[in-house]
Ligand binder design. Sequence first.
Ligand code: SF4
Length: 300
Amino acid sequence: MTSLTAPVAATHPAIGARGRPRSEVARDRLPSAREALAACQLCSHRCGTDRRSGPAGLCHAGPEARFFSAQTEVADELELLPTFAVALSGCNFRCDFCITGESSWNPRAGLALDTRTMAAQAAKALERGARTVMILGGEPTIHLPALLELIAHLPNHATLVLKTNAALTAEARELLAGLPDVWLPDFKFGNDACARRLAGVPEYMDTLTSNIQWMGTPTAGGSLLVRHLVMPSHLECCTAPVIRWLATHLPTGQRRISLRQGYWPAWQARRHPELSRHLLAAEFEQAVGWAHESGLEVVP
Ligand code: SF4
């Protein structure tokens, strides 16, 4: 195994910071997660609406989760591949440039999630050589009851990656603490104005930075790998501040970044003139250069 592909979660056993098997912990938290839907405060929007009987809140998600993709994938970070990736429908962000906007924005897209069946598919993928199981969206954390149920059915030895936009509240953190082996937060914007204009999210920086810091603590468990999609013309306003923040706020061992260069003007990106083109190679090289200069490890 080369260092390039060494798994970030290799040292996290199924019984680690949790002290008990992950499936048991997830199962125990299920009643609280279901109760939380009565006045939903699962993300920083804090809608306080009742989601138990149908779609509600800014994400329009109800009590049940659906998924729009579940397959073994090979296009993420090398150290996580191959990964069996399950994408849950619906999101609490409204990123105009979302590459899966149609399904990500719509919690009714895709198929009903049968957590037991999905966990069995994941187990089969692991047997066939998948290295990790990744749960993503949309945004998976708006579906905490279904997410916990799925985790409860997964084999405890599975290396679980949770890819999230990291808009967690303290309530959501409590339900998720210690469960993922790898936290994979997307640090998309480097300032509040871009987050509000491009994704409809208020108080972005405070929320993201406090959650990313928390994800690096023993309470959160697992390891931390921060993703950042480099966007055209957002180098100075978004990429540079994200790199600066990671380099100055994360402890040495956690200063790792996955810079993504796959931006393309999808979904409703053309509403924004600067996002209506592809990323230039020079822009991506600039981002990588800044990350190296700041002492971050750039994860391929
Ligand atoms: S998950 Fe977030 S956006 Fe959805 S209802 Fe709950 S607080 Fe609102």
